[in-house]
Design a protein around this ligand. Structure first.
Ligand SMILES: Nc1ncnc2c1ncn2[C@@H]1O[C@H](COP(=O)(O)OP(=O)(O)O)[C@@H](O)[C@H]1O
Ligand SMILES: [Mg+2]
Length: 306
């Protein structure tokens, strides 16, 4: 668990991060969401002491990070930098092997783990001999993620890790990323300015503005229990889409008229209404379930909005 307690950071007398507090739990993906300049990167970098906080406390599993050597602290943290952060004069293989080198892994162990991660992140092995500028932005970001995952650290910090991907690749990587077994034993903090990404990946979201946290909560709480107008305005543009994405078949089930069960179409109770509708729209067996699902969703959402 990561605990951030009333942490502040000024640059040239101006507050970049202003008395923020939050907790990221074990096995959770916590998203720091906000527009450019609101203090997300500064917050993330204070957690691995790339930036030292001016005041406040940061604890990982109850231990104050200020009481440890920065190098030791960072051995327990996988970090994905905003623009991949790969070393330009190292090949991809060398980039991925930096931390295993520090940990004195033998060659075979490093190679096996590298191969495993390339496979999981859909990178072909022929990238290994290339230099970062010989890869697309999306490939570089995936190498950055592989590098951060390699030592299986208990904490993972990711700064706009999917920012350079196009929307189609992003959607694929999102669903794969979320189901990575590797994340199940970690505490992950992910920074993004992308509202849809925050909703797709975040178990909880901290919405930030001007160095402060405006609200922390589940995606559902953000939409249906906004603490003020800033929060509701922030999500207004994508609101209906976001609602479709967070509603599950289980939640709308009681409002369904049809006899169809989610299993018939390969869905589970946790499938989102959005994903179900997308699949149903191209399924010839769709016998009124699609329309029924939309009706049920509308009934359900009426009860959520207070
Ligand atoms: N090293 C720095 N020196 C001076 N100002 C900085 C520095 N890093 C960040 N800032 C300022 O702090 C604020 C927050 O920046 P940052 O944390 O990078 O925001 P975000 O990641 O949300 O876009 C911005 O106003 C930015 O200009
Ligand atoms: Mg940033």
């Amino acid at each position: 668990m990561i605990t951030v307690e009333s942490v502040s950071k000024n640059f040239n007398g101006k507050p970049a991060v202003d008395h923020i507090s939050f907790q990221a739990h074990d096995q959770e993906i916590l998203v720091l969401l906000g527009t450019s300049g609101c203090g997300k990167t500064t917050t993330l970098k204070m957690i691995n002491r790339l930036i030292e906080a001016d005041s406040g406390d940061i604890l990982i599993d109850g231990k104050n990070i200020g009481d440890q050597k920065a190098e030791e602290l960072r051995m327990g943290i996988g970090f994905v930098m905003q623009h991949s952060g790969l070393f330009p004069h190292y090949t991809i293989k060398q980039n991925i092997a930096v931390v295993p080198g520090l940990l004195k892994w033998d060659k075979k162990k490093t190679e096996n783990r590298t191969e495993e991660l390339l496979h999981k992140l859909h990178l072909s092995e022929d990238v290994l001999s290339r230099f970062p500028d010989e890869l697309s932005g999306g490939q570089q970001q995936r190498v950055g993620i592989a590098r951060a995952l390699i030592a299986n650290t208990p904490v993972l910090l990711m700064d706009e890790p999917f920012g350079a991907l196009d929307n189609i690749t992003k959607a694929d990587i999102h669903s794969e990323f979320k189901s990575l077994e590797e994340l199940k034993n970690k505490t992950t903090i992910l920074v993004t300015h992308d509202v849809q990404e925050a909703f797709e990946l975040g178990h909880r979201i901290c919405l930030m503005d001007k160095g402060k946290i405006i609200q922390t909560g589940t995606p559902k709480e953000m939409l249906y229990r906004p603490q003020n107008n800033f929060v509701s305005d922030f999500f207004a543009e994508n609101r209906l889409l976001l609602e479709y994405k967070i509603a599950t078949l289980k939640e709308v089930g009681p409002f369904l008229n049809s006899e169809n069960t989610p299993g018939e179409f390969g869905f589970t109770e946790n499938t989102s209404v959005w994903n179900a509708l997308q699949k149903l729209s191209s399924d010839h067996r769709n016998t009124g379930y699609y329309e029924d699902l939309i009706k049920a969703f509308n009934e359900y959402r009426k009860l959520q909005i207070v």
